[in-house]
Ligand binder design. Structure first.
Ligand code: BGC
Ligand code: NOJ
Length: 820
C-alpha cells in the first residue's frame, strides 16, 4: 500500500492521505532556526538547540499521535446557511481530524505545503524558513470554489515552550507561574524568563489586523478541552487574554470574506528574536521588551513579495546543493535517493546529529562525536565551509588524551558526559571526516588550523596533532590479544562489555563496573587499520615519511593481531569479553557472527588479497542477509547477559540485538564493491532503499523518502517494520556506498576517481559531479561483464581511474568511462 508518490520534477514527496502509519516528517530550516513538521502540520521549532531553546511545544509519545504543531483552524461563520457542513476544521487534518474532501501534503527540500479542500473552500499552507533568518513563514492561500460568497474565520495557533524543553516537561511547580507575553500592534511576543537571564524571545505575527487574540491556553481551548475542539473556535471569537503563568500560546482571529472564485493570501510568522544584554528593554529601565530590532524583520516578511522572493531563494539554494551530484541510472530508486532524498537526509543529520526527530525527543542527545564525524562523510561536498567548521568544533571537544566526549550540546559547543564517555572508537572517526574533507576540497591547510583540547583556551594545537593523538589513544590501550580495548563500547553503543549492570533503569551508557583492561574490540582494530592507512597517506603527502612509516607499522601490527585473534575461520570475530572469551565466534551459543567487523575489516583491506574478505562476506550473505536488509548479528540474544550489556536488553530482532541496523549495511555494500561484486552490493543497496520499499508502506511504516536507523530483523514478529527514521548514520554511509563505491565517483587526494562497480545488468549511467569547482560530465557505458574501468577524459585516454586535478581555469570536463 502506498500513501503517496515521488514528484521528481519538483523534488517533492507527495502524501495523498493524512493518516500515514506514523507521522511522516520533514525539516524546515538550514542554518540556525529549525523546525520539524509532519504531513499534518505537527511538530515544533527551535533555535540552534532543540533542548535549550525550544520555541513551541510538542507532545512525544502521545495519543493521538503527533500533537502540538503549526495549526490553523477554519471556521464557517455563515454556517447556519450550510447546516450540512462542519462548523470548523483543520485544513491540515490535525488536530480536528475532520474528514477533508481533498488532501495533499508536499514535503520539499526545506519546505512543506499542505493543501486541502472542504465544502468548496480550498486552502494551501506553505511552511518554510527563509535563508539567513530566525523565523518561519506560514503562507496561507484560501480560494472560494463555491458559487456563493463565503464568510470565514481563520484561527492560527501555537503553544509556546518555556525554552528548556526538558524543564518544560517536568518542572510544573515553577513553570506554571513564569509565563509572560506582550501583545503590541497585533504581534504576540512570548517573553518568559526575559525579565531575568534570557535575552531572547519568540513572536507570532500576521499580515492582517487580527480581530482578536488569545495568549492563555485555557482561554482558547476552554477548560478540559483539547486542540481538536477549541472552545474559542466553536464560539467564533477570542477574548484578548494576556497570559500570566500557566501555558502561554499565540492564537489569532482573522475574518475573511471571499466572493465566488476569490483567492486570498495571509502570511503568518513565528520567529525568534534576541537583544544584547544591555539593550533588552525599551525604554531602558522598564520591563518592556525592546522590539526595535525585530519589528523591521517582521514587517519585511509579512509582505507577500518578500515571502515569494525568499521562497525562490530557498529553492535556488537547494538546487545548487543537490546539483553537486546528479545521476541518471537505470534504476529510479537510485535516482530518487542520490539526486534528492539521501543527500537531503545527509543535511538533516549534519544539522541535528541525533538530537531532534520524531524518534529523538530533542532533549536526550546533542551532537554526537562519532555520529557527526560519520555524518560529514556524506556532507563534505555540500557546504565545505560548514564541514570545516564542524570538524574544528568537534576537535575542540577532544580530550588531551586523544579520547573524546561522546557528545556536545550545540548551543555551548562544549563536550559533556551526559550520554557517557570512553567509547574507545570515538576519536578514530575524526580522522575519517578530515580525510574526506581534504579529498573533497584539497584544503590541506585545515591540518594546520589550531584547535583546543577539551574547550580549554591555551591548549591549541594544529588539527593534525589531534589526529595523531586519536591514533595514539588506541595504541595506548591495547588488550591481552594486542587488540584495542573496547572501553564503554565501540560503534555498537550497546555492546557494553565493562558495564555489568544488574540494577533496573541504570544507564548502560554511563555505568561501569569493570576496570576495562580485558575486553577488546575487533571492530576498533579494523577501524584502526582503515584510519591508519588514511593517516599514512596524509603524512606522506605532508612529506612526513618517517611518521608515515611508524603509523604504517602500527597498522601492520594491528592486522597481525586481527589475524591471530580476530579471525574465526569463516568470518571476523566481534570482540573479547571481560573474561577473555570471544564474542561473534562459532564457539558462542548466541551472537556467533556480527556484521560490523565483516564490513569494517574488509573496508580496511583485510583479507582482500587472501580470499578471507570474500569468505567473510559470504558468511554475511548466508547467515545475516534477509529480504529486508542485513541483520546485525545471529543468533539473536534470547536473554539478558550481564557481561554483554544493552545489546541483550532488546527483545530479539530489534535494534542492536539482531535488528537490521541499517547504518551497517552500506559497509557491506562497500566491502562487496571492493571485492568486485557489484550485483551483491547493489542487491543489498535496494533491500533497504526507502524508495524501493514504498510499495510495502504498511509494513515499513516510516517515510519512504528517508532511511530509518532500524528495520526489525527476522527474529522480531514485525520483521520489515522500520523505526527511528531520519537521524541515523545510515544516511551518510548509504550515500557514500552508492555514490562512491557502486557508482564509483570518488574524491581522492589527487583528483576525482571514477571506478564503478555496478550490476552486470546495467548498461551504464550518466552523472554530473561538481568537484573542486569543476563540472564533470560523466558518461559510463558497460561493454563487458567485469569492473575494469577505462577513462577517456576530454577525448584523451588516461592511465588508471583517477582524473588529475584540472588546471585553474577549467570549468567543465567530459569523461567517458568504458567498463569491460
Ligand atoms: C540505542 C543505541 C544508541 C544509544 C545512544 C541505545 O539505547 O540502542 O542505538 O546509540 O542508545 O545512547
Ligand atoms: C546509534 C548511535 O547514534 C550511533 O552512534 C551508534 O553507533 C549506533 N546507534 C549503534 O549502537
Amino acid at each position: 500500500m502506498k500513501y503517496g508518490y515521488f514528484d521528481d520534477e519538483h523534488r517533492e514527496y507527495v502524501i495523498t492521505r493524512p493518516d500515514t502509519p506514523l507521522p511522516w516528517i520533514n525539516y524546515l530550516g538550514c542554518e540556525e532556526y529549525f523546525g520539524i513538521i509532519s504531513n499534518t502540520a505537527g511538530g515544533y521549532s527551535f533555535y540552534k538547540d532543540a533542548r535549550l531553546q525550544r520555541l513551541t511545544r510538542y507532545r512525544y509519545n502521545n495519543a493521538p499521535l503527533d500533537v502540538g504543531g503549526r495549526y490553523i483552524y477554519l471556521r464557517e461563520d455563515g454556517n447556519p446557511l450550510y447546516p450540512d457542513r462542519p462548523l470548523f476544521w483543520s485544513p491540515t487534518w490535525q488536530p480536528t481530524r475532520q474528514q477533508l474532501d481533498r488532501y495533499e501534503c508536499r514535503h520539499g527540500l526545506g519546505y512543506t505545503t499542505i493543501r486541502s479542500t472542504l465544502g468548496g473552500i480550498e486552502s494551501s499552507i506553505r511552511y518554510f524558513i527563509p535563508l539567513g533568518e530566525s523565523l518561519e513563514i506560514w503562507e496561507l492561500t484560501l480560494v472560494n470554489q463555491r458559487d456563493q460568497p463565503a464568510s470565514l474565520s481563520v484561527f492560527p495557533a501555537v503553544e509556546f515552550c518555556l525554552w528548556d524543553a526538558l524543564d518544560d516537561a517536568a518542572n510544573f511547580q515553577r513553570n506554571y507561574s513564569i509565563g509572560e507575553v506582550e501583545v503590541v500592534d497585533g504581534v504576540i511576543y512570548h517573553k518568559t524568563e526575559y525579565r531575568e537571564r534570557r535575552n531572547h524571545f519568540a513572536y507570532f505575527a500576521c499580515s492582517e489586523e487580527p480581530a482578536g487574540f488569545e495568549t492563555q491556553r485555557e482561554a482558547f481551548l476552554g477548560p478540559y478541552r483539547g486542540w481538536d475542539s477549541p472552545a474559542a473556535v466553536v464560539a467564533g471569537g477570542l477574548s484578548n487574554s494576556i497570559a500570566h503563568g500557566w501555558q502561554p500560546i499565540a492564537a489569532q482571529h482573522i475574518r475573511v470574506q471571499l466572493n465566488p472564485g476569490e483567492r486570498h493570501k495571509i502570511v503568518f510568522l513565528l520567529g525568534y528574536g534576541e537583544n544584547p544584554a544591555g539593550d533588552k528593554f525599551d525604554p531602558p529601565g522598564s520591563q518592556t521588551l525592546n522590539k526595535r530590532r525585530v519589528v523591521p524583520v517582521i514587517q519585511r516578511y509579512l509582505r507577500q513579495d518578500e515571502v515569494e522572493k525568499s521562497f525562490q531563494a530557498l529553492r535556488a539554494y537547494w538546487d545548487g546543493l543537490v546539483g553537486k551530484l546528479q545521476v541518471t541510472s537505470p534504476d529510479i530508486h537510485t535516482d530518487h535517493m542520490v539526486n534528492i532524498w539521501n543527500v537531503y537526509q545527509v543535511m538533516a543529520t549534519f544539522n541535528f546529529s541525533r538530537s531532534a526527530s520524531y524518534f529523538e525527543s530533542g532533549i536526550g542527545r546533542g551532537m554526537g562525536f562519532r555520529d557527526s564525524n560519520q555524518d560529514l562523510l556524506g556532507f563534505v561536498h555540500l557546504v565545505p565551509e560548514r564541514a570545516r567548521q564542524r570538524i574544528l568544533d568537534l576537535a575542540a571537544t577532544q580530550l588531551p588524551s586523544g579520547g573524546a566526549y561522546h557528545q556536545y550540546q550545540p548551543l555551548t559547543k562544549r563536550g559533556n558526559n551526559d550520554v557517557g564517555g570512553g567509547f574507545n572508537d570515538d576519536p578514530l572517526w575524526l580522522v575519517l571526516s578530515v580525510a574526506a574533507y581534504i579529498k573533497e576540497t584539497g584544503d590541506w591547510e585545515l591540518l594546520d588550523e589550531p584547535a583546543v583540547y577539551d574547550n580549554q583556551p591555551g591548549t591549541e594545537q594544529p588539527l593534525y596533532n589531534h589526529l595523531q593523538r586519536s591514533i595514539q589513544y588506541i595504541l595506548d590501550r591495547l588488550g591481552p590479544h594486542g587488540l584495542p580495548l573496547i572501553g564503554r563500547a565501540d560503534w555498537n553503543d550497546c555492546l557494553n562489555l565493562n558495564c555489568f549492570s544488574d540494577t533496573p533503569g541504570q544507564s548502560f551508557q554511563t555505568t561501569t563496573n569493570k576496570d576495562g583492561k580485558v575486553a577488546e574490540s575487533v571492530f576498533i582494530a579494523g577501524l584502526f587499520v582503515l584510519v591508519a592507512k588514511e593517516l599514512v597517506e596524509i603524512a606522506a603527502k605532508r612529506q612526513s615519511f618517517a611518521e608515515a612509516d611508524t603509523i604504517g607499522n602500527a597498522a601492520a601490527e594491528m592486522e597481525k593481531a586481527v589475524w591471530a585473534a580476530g579471525w574465526d575461520g569463516e568470518w571476523f570475530r566481534r570482540a573479547y569479553d571481560d573474561f577473555g572469551d570471544p564474542i561473534g565466534s562459532r564457539q558462542c551459543q548466541e551472537g556467533q557472527i556480527f556484521i560490523e567487523p565483516q564490513g569494517i575489516c574488509v573496508m580496511a583491506g583485510l583479507g582482500v588479497e587472501n580470499g578471507r574478505a570474500r569468505q567473510a562476506l559470504d558468511s554475511v550473505y548466508t547467515r545475516l542477509a534477509t529480504s529486508h536488509g542485513i541483520v546485525l548479528q545471529q543468533p539473536a540474544y534470547s536473554q539478558y547477559y550481564l557481561h554483554l550489556g544493552e545489546i541483550s536488553s532488546y527483545p530479539p530482532g530489534y535494534k542492536e540485538n539482531a535488528g537490521i541496523f541499517c547504518h551497517t549495511n552500506p559497509w557491506i555494500m562497500i566491502a562487496e564493491a571492493m571485492i568486485g561484486r557489484g550485483d551483491r552490493a547493489y542487491d543489498y543497496y535496494l533491500r533497504i532503499n526507502p524508495s524501493a520499499r514504498e510499495e510495502i508502506g504498511d509494513l515499513h511504516r516510516c517515510e519512504p523518502y528517508v532511511y530509518a536507523q532500524m528495520i526489525a530483523g527476522r527474529d522480531a514478529p514485525t520483521h520489515g517494520e522500520a523505526k527511528n527514521s531520519w537521524l541515523t548514520g545510515t544516511a551518510a554511509w548509504n550515500y557514500v556506498a552508492i555514490s562512491q563505491w557502486i557508482l564509483g565517483i570518488r574524491p581522492t587526494y589527487d583528483g576525482l576517481e571514477i571506478a564503478p562497480v555496478i550490476p552486470v545488468a546495467w548498461d551504464g549511467f550518466d552523472a554530473v559531479r561538481i568537484y573542486r569547482g569543476v563540472r564533470y560530465n560523466i558518461h559510463v557505458v558497460r561493454k563487458g561483464p567485469g569492473n575494469q574501468a577505462h577513462l577517456i577524459v576530454d577525448g584523451q585516454a588516461i592511465q588508471g581511474t583517477v582524473i588529475n586535478i584540472s588546471p585553474k581555469d577549467t570549468s567543465e570536463v567530459q569523461v567517458s568511462v568504458y567498463i569491460s
